[in-house]
Design a protein around this ligand. Structure first.
Ligand SMILES: Cc1cc2nc3c(=O)[nH]c(=O)nc-3n(C[C@H](O)[C@H](O)[C@H](O)COP(=O)(O)OP(=O)(O)OC[C@H]3O[C@@H](n4cnc5c(N)ncnc54)[C@H](O)[C@@H]3O)c2cc1C
Length: 378
């Protein structure tokens, strides 16, 4: 993939930043199953919350190509729960607020979100409805200047630490895409509750929570866009979210393969390095070829997003095959470590656990297939 000199410098500078400010702490965050929220402020003070924000909103206006470069490099940090939590806040939620928020909502939250003092979450999924978002039950009923929210959301990234949550809710009982709206909910409002956090197979340092809304009064100024715009907003933010998750998978699996090559060069079996056996080399080479293709597809899609072009088909193809393949590849990397691979002393076990989620989050592999079938055959 062609990279300009500016892009190369950008990637070098963020890698240096990660080596200094993030990587030394990640193992302890994973061990504690938590990371300090203040790290968002550290990243913000270096400008990294502003990649997708326009200058008028206090951002750098670098666009999706740079957001993809950022995400691929960030994905190499061995804690996908943390990296995704930050990216959701900075590359999905804050830009959504900047794009659709009213003057009042932006005045109340945008600067705090950009500075990392306020952390956001995006809540679509419900206990009874994830893939099929038309089945959500969370309701917002207008009453004077307020909407009264009732319902619950589950698996919400940053859900426990969030100061505000963008909530996808039903504002009409009609069977129509216009039946949904998005609200910015201040988590200190009466009736908002984090009912539990979930223990997970991976993504240890990320807080994944179930949220409950009981008669939460949200002022109409905190409706994003117009009533009925929620579906359109969700589809547009999900397109980028899926590409962003693919970038994180790409960075993560490349890091896993890099450390596996290094391990297998040193580890001797029958007097020769594990890496010297042709069968092992062939498999790693085929992984590298697939990842090269994925990278080209990702940056083509990012360029399309920068031009405002529709690319749901490309993004669904990428997420479907890359996130599945990254998990399979991590499994083989673990295998090449033998018994050590199954321990937490070496990185493939964590990559395997963490990369597994990206075939589910942001829309499962089967949902990507459903989108592709619709895009291709109708
Ligand atoms: C760690 C973690 C973090 C998350 N973060 C967030 C977040 O921040 N915000 C948020 O809103 N959500 C979040 N999610 C939720 C995630 O997006 C959903 O789990 C996902 O969309 C799947 O929904 P579901 O779990 O309800 O599965 P279901 O919809 O119940 O699906 C069950 C199975 O059915 C399959 N399936 C569904 N439809 C079809 C079909 N038409 N054909 C064939 N198979 C089908 C699915 O692929 C899946 O295998 C997170 C989840 C996890 C685990």
């Amino acid at each position: 993939m062609y990279r300009s000199q500016e892009e190369t410098l950008f990637v070098e500078s963020i890698n240096q930043f990660f080596d200094k400010e993030i990587n030394p702490y990640v193992d302890s965050w994973e061990g504690n199953h938590n990371f300090p929220s203040s790290v968002f402020e550290t990243l913000a003070s270096a400008g990294y919350t502003g990649i997708l924000l326009q200058e008028k909103d206090g951002g750098l206006n670098l666009g999706y190509r740079y957001a993809a470069l950022w995400s691929e490099a960030f994905g190499r940090v061995p804690s996908l729960g943390f990296t995704t939590g930050f990216n959701m806040h900075s590359l999905v939620i804050t830009p959504t607020l900047a794009r659709y928020g009213s003057k009042e909502a932006k005045e109340a939250w945008l600067n705090k979100a950009i500075s990392g003092q306020a952390i956001g979450a995006y809540a679509f999924t419900e206990p009874d409805s994830g893939s099929d978002l038309t089945g959500i039950k969370t309701k917002a009923v207008k009453s004077g200047d307020y909407y009264i929210l009732n319902g619950s959301k589950i698996f919400i990234t940053n859900g426990k630490r969030a100061s505000f949550v963008l909530v996808f809710a039903r504002t009409s009982n009609e069977k129509s895409n216009k039946a949904f709206s998005t609200f910015l909910v201040n988590t200190s409002l009466p009736g908002f509750k984090v009912s539990r956090t979930l223990d997970k197979l991976g993504w240890y340092s990320s807080d994944t929570a179930e949220l409950v809304f009981e008669d939460v009064h949200v002022h109409k100024d905190f409706l994003l866009g117009a009533e009925g715009d929620g579906w359109k907003q969700a589809m547009s933010s999900l397109e980028w979210e899926r590409l962003m998750l693919s970038c994180l998978s790409l960075g993560g699996i490349n890091e896993c393969i890099k450390s596996t090559i290094s391990y297998t060069n040193d580890r001797l079996v029958f007097g020769k390095p594990v890496s010297s056996y042709q069968a092992n080399k062939d498999i790693l080479l085929s992984f590298k070829a697939k990842l090269l293709l994925a990278r080209n597809m990702i940056y083509q899609a990012a360029d399309k997003l920068d031009k405002g072009e529709y690319c749901r088909k490309e993004v669904s193809h990428i997420k479907r095959f890359l996130c599945e393949d990254a998990f399979t590849m991590a499994n083989f990397c673990l295998q090449l470590h033998g018994g050590y691979g199954y321990t937490t002393e070496y990185s493939p076990a964590r990559w395997l656990r963490d990369l597994r989620l990206n075939t589910i989050g942001g829309g499962t592999t089967q949902i990507m297939e459903r989108v592709l079938v619709k895009e291709i055959y109708s």
